[in-house]
Write a protein that binds this ligand. Structure first.
Ligand code: F6P
Length: 540
């Protein structure tokens, strides 16, 4: 790295350069034309895809290589701005990092989406590996970064903010960083918050977000006007799938206007419902904090005759928090999640199971994810669907509904009187600071994001894929949601630990099979959501 030229070099191809000339492509990528002197140009498939509500299109950068290798690449400033100068990465002179062997990521490094494969199956989809590059596209004093948090709260938001600020400051010598106040709509108000390592020093110990947040409020052209007017050239957007869709549209508008502004998304959802990445930040903390509510429910239930503790946990469409909290606790007798429809009455129904478990044990604990059983409630209440400002369906309180149903049932059944306590810790869980493991994870996410923008990548989101951090195109994480697969081994583990009825009908099994990907590869890691990234659902 010491031999790199110090003068700016021109980078006008959408592939990484190193040291001022095109590196030979070690991936042996197939080419579409051979006119480029010695180097081979990778075949870039440009199947245009609709992006955003305004019907604009952005060509995903897809590069195909040998043996079914596919790189789903992310955009780069050099894709639409020709002749941008680059500079040596200041990390070369940073005493903390310069001693690290192989600190800079190799230009050809990519991360495989699937790691368990048949011996003859294609190499499959890959993403560009995250991390610092030898050359950067911004000089330190040129950078004006902004950070915005959107959507519901989640443990770790403050840590991500802190680590973007400290990372930009300490690693890249950036001095101009502002926070946007109160989500997307904060872009078009006058208030911004100056962020320095000093002002963010302790914020990781607090829950919530020091920047404030909101749902909705996304007016693309007003936001990009504001970015332009303020002279911001790096935008860090922390939020869920709706927010990342918004980030994608902002990137497209920036590209359309030809601005040298890099946009990075950091995916946030306490529900862990984001596909492709191993898990979302705050999820570990939520599972851990849920233990306190489950413990309380268990203590209450076992202290009285026929005690029932009902605990509602977050999980609008995906029951990961409930599933992992149940597996971790071992005190839960029944876990209800949105992916597994259940029924109350009759043989095999929930009420019959409760009666049986009370007779056997004298008490029980039920964990229910907020999105579970919504069709049952809607049926019994004939309610009308409403949405929040993010466009999410407003949920009816399944915990309250379930508690009433159980109480009613046993009030009618004279033979057994019960004592039910309902605990709803959802907002308490969401508001806690992130735990130690999430703090480290948030640091890596923040670092991946800022290394990416400094290296000129844009229109990307970050996250670990099979334990390695990668740059992922926005559309890959927003086109569908991550769900618990009830025909997978993890849910089977849960059923075997609680001994609850599976409620799975033959039709559910058929439907789940239909949703499965073609069997080109053995295990889809998209349901591999261990609290540690090396948790292998295929094992055992
Ligand atoms: O998406 C995160 C989440 O916490 C969900 O679990 C929950 O359904 C929703 O947000 C609640 O959002 P609100 O802040 O609007 O109540």
């Amino acid at each position: 790295m010491g031999s790199l030229p110090d003068v700016p070099i021109v980078h006008n191809i959408p592939v990484e350069s190193s040291g001022g000339h095109r590196k030979p492509n070690h991936l042996n990528l197939r080419t579409s034309f051979s006119s480029a002197s010695n180097g081979r140009v990778p075949r870039v498939r440009s199947d245009r895809r609709r992006m955003g509500s305004e019907g604009k299109t952005a060509p995903p950068k897809v590069v195909c290589g040998d043996a079914g290798y596919v790189l789903e690449d992310v955009p780069h400033l050099a894709d639409y701005l020709r002749h941008l100068p680059t500079y040596p990465n200041p990390l070369q002179n940073n005493p903390a990092y310069s001693v690290v062997k192989q600190y800079f990521v190799n230009a050809d490094d990519t991360v495989a989406q699937k790691i368990v494969v048949h011996k003859d199956s294609p190499r499959g989809t890959h993403f560009r590996r995250a991390g610092p590059r030898q050359r950067v596209y911004f000089e330190s004093d040129e950078v004006h970064a902004c950070i915005v948090t959107c959507g519901g709260l989640c443990p770790g938001l403050n840590t991500v903010i802190r680590e973007i600020v400290c990372g930009l400051y300490d690693m890249y010598g950036v001095r101009k960083i502002i926070g946007i106040d109160g989500g997307y709509r904060g872009f078009y108000s006058c208030n911004t918050i100056d962020l320095t390592p000093k002002s963010v020093n302790d914020i990781h110990k607090r829950g919530g977000t020091i920047l404030g947040t909101s749902r909705g409020g996304h007016d693309t052209s007003k936001i990009v006007d504001s970015i332009e007017d303020r002279g911001v050239n790096q935008v860090y957007i922390i939020g869920g799938d709706g927010t990342q869709k918004g980030a994608s549209v902002i990137f497209e508008e920036i590209q359309r206007r030809g601005l040298k502004v890099a946009v990075a998304g950091i995916p946030k959802t306490i529900d862990n419902d984001i596909v492709v990445i191993d898990k979302s930040f705050g999820f570990d903390t939520a599972v851990e904090e849920a233990q306190r509510a489950i413990n309380a429910a268990h203590v209450e239930a076992e202290s009285v005759e026929n005690g029932i503790g009902v605990v509602k946990l977050m999980g609008r469409n995906s029951g990961f928090i409930s599933m992992y909290a149940t597996l971790a606790s071992r005190d839960v007798d029944c876990c209800l999640i949105p992916e597994s429809p259940f029924h109350m009455e009759g043989k095999g129904g929930l009420l019959a199971f409760i009666e049986r478990r009370l007779k056997e044990n004298g008490h029980m604990v039920i964990v229910v994810a907020e999105g579970a059983g919504q069709e049952l409630i809607t049926e019994s209440m004939r309610s009308v669907e409403h949405q929040d400002a993010s466009g999410n369906k407003l949920l009816l309180d399944v915990g309250l509904w379930l508690s009433h149903k159980i109480k009613d049932h046993f009030a009618r059944n004279q033979k057994m009187s019960i004592n039910l306590k309902y605990i709803d810790p959802t907002y308490m869980i969401r508001a806690v600071p992130s735990n130690a493991s999430d703090n480290v994870y948030c640091t890596l996410l923040a670092h991946s994001a800022l290394h990416g923008t400094m290296a000129g990548y844009t229109g990307f989101t970050v996250g670990p894929v099979n334990g390695r951090h990668a740059y992922i195109p926005f559309h890959r994480i927003t086109e569908k949601q991550n769900k618990v697969v009830i025909t997978d081994r993890m849910w089977a583990r849960l059923l075997s630990s609680t001994n609850q009825p599976s409620f799975i009908s033959q039709k559910d099994i058929e439907d789940a099979k239909k949703e499965d990907e073609p069997p080109t590869q053995l295990l889809d890691k998209e349901n591999n959501h261990g609290v540690g990234v090396d948790f292998d659902t295929s094992a055992n």
